[in-house]
Design a protein. Structure first.
Lengths: 358, 95
């Protein structure tokens, strides 16, 4: 059966970023500036994406504002008919640039939030002065009425500050808030001991988010990403491999998810070599984990297979050693004990500082 | 804040939320921040009447006449549908 066309595309315009967040989910080997696609190639990618059914493009990175041609890229995506969403730390967005982005048709901004004070946020982001600049950008967005989602990346060292984080999102005029607990991919894995929240923090967070969502009904909407190591069942990673979304890396490599390149036996193709539609429908990498043929018996016979699609392939590789195994977060997984062990190790880990992404 | 919409209130799609004709899938979608909602015929009929000018009451009356359907039933359906969008801030109302 032919897969449905993709709905969303993540365009990782660059891996460059002024911040040094310890939970960076980008791969360990970052692409340099000279490997990045040029403006025109991105414009072609946007047009191909729209033609094959993509409705929304998420302009991301790294820090997308590190691209001097961000306005032209936004214009190209808009002209292709795509809904444009900018995922940013705010660093590099001057008032003049925001004017130009607005004129280019930018639909929405997702602004990341590392913490609620300069001390906390700049410590976590590893970038002095970042918090103050972010607040200026948030104010500029509010003045212009650009729709804003605040993405609060939460972990052991800022979860206790969740109430204030929610208040701040309301003050900044966000319509929507993502309370996104750190997921462990890429660089983040080496900071697991510092980042994994306690079970108590996790339970408190769930309760607080539910309460805030009720209290702020009609004012701000919530999306909550729990720390999946504490879950009984895996997350529906990407809504299923190669089913709803795709990702283009800064050098044009087309990926089913942004960390898929860690799966060593898969070969990924580039937008500069083949049309996007051909890669989506026909490439061995996109077809590798579609449907349920690849699934272990436990998943294939599971009543939840249409809910979580077998979970995250990268996590299966990382923890169970094979991308085709069950996501070890699932309590039915024979490797589930490894997740429990990781939690135990993280809780005992010294809280002696982050390994920053630099 | 209650999500309930009063008859005189005039619902609208806020900036960043819009309808789009999706030719490839032959459907109308509601595009919103980081979300695309495929609309069925009912959703489309409601949202094409939402423009910040028509009151809820006028929208319901128009739908009841156009589809020759009981007004109370239409009122309930429209209220439910619009409240769902309002909860996600995909819809706001002028008082």
């Amino acid at each position: 059966m032919s897969p449905p066309p993709p709905v969303a595309m993540l365009a990782e315009l660059t891996h460059r970023c002024p911040l040094a967040c310890p939970y960076c989910s980008n791969p360990l080997d970052l692409l340099k500036k000279d490997a990045e696609l040029d403006t025109e190639t991105w414009a072609i990618a946007f047009r191909q994406a729209a033609e094959m059914g993509v409705l929304q493009v998420h302009l991301s990175g790294g820090e997308p504002a590190s691209r001097p041609d961000l306005v032209e890229l936004t214009q190209a995506a808009h002209d292709a008919g795509l809904y444009t969403n900018l995922i940013t730390s705010g660093i590099g967005l001057t008032p003049r640039r925001l004017d130009a982005l607005e004129a280019a048709g930018l639909d929405h901004v997702q602004l990341s939030m590392q913490g609620t004070t300069a001390e906390l946020a700049d410590w976590i982001g590893g970038y002095k002065g970042g918090f103050a600049r972010k607040l200026m950008v948030a104010e500029e967005l509010k003045q212009r009425g650009i729709p804003l989602t605040l993405n609060a990346v939460m972990h052991r060292h800022n979860l206790d500050d969740l109430d204030r984080t929610i208040e701040m999102a309301v003050e900044l005029g966000a319509r929507r808030m993502e309370v996104a607990c750190v997921q462990f991919h890429g660089w983040a894995t080496q900071n697991r001991g510092m980042l994994l929240p306690t079970r108590e923090q996790t339970e408190t967070t769930k309760r607080k988010v539910a309460e805030a969502a009720e209290r702020l009904k009609g004012v701000m909407a919530f999306d909550f990403v729990p720390p999946d190591y504490y879950a009984d069942y895996p997350k529906a990673c990407m809504g299923g491999w190669g089913s709803a979304g795709l990702n283009i890396a800064p050098d044009g490599t087309v990926l089913p998810c942004h960390s898929a390149q860690m799966i060593p036996h898969l070969t990924f193709e580039k937008i500069t070599d083949k049309p996007l539609a051909e890669i989506w429908y026909d490439s061995p990498s996109f077809n590798a984990y579609r449907g349920d043929d690849w699934m272990p018996d436990t998943c294939r016979s599971c009543e939840r297979k249409e809910i979580d699609f077998g979970g995250c392939r990268c996590q299966a590789l990382m923890i169970a050693g094979d991308a085709a195994k069950m996501d070890p977060v699932c309590r039915k997984s024979p490797d589930h004990a490894r997740v429990a062990q990781m939690l135990e190790d993280a809780m005992a880990a010294p809280q002696d500082g982050f390994t920053y992404r630099r | 804040m209650s999500l309930h919409i009063a008859p005189h209130e005039r619902p609208y799609l806020p900036r960043g939320v819009r309808l789009m004709r999706d030719k490839l899938r032959d459907q109308t979608v509601l595009l919103a921040p980081e979300k695309a909602v495929a609309l069925d015929m009912v959703g489309e009929a409601i949202l094409t009447r939402v423009n910040g000018v028509n009151s809820l009451d006028e929208i319901v009356t128009d739908l009841a006449q156009t589809y020759n359907a009981p007004r109370d039933q239409i009122a309930g359906d429209v209220q439910r549908f619009l409240q769902g969008l309002r909860a996600r801030i995909f819809l706001r109302v002028h008082p």
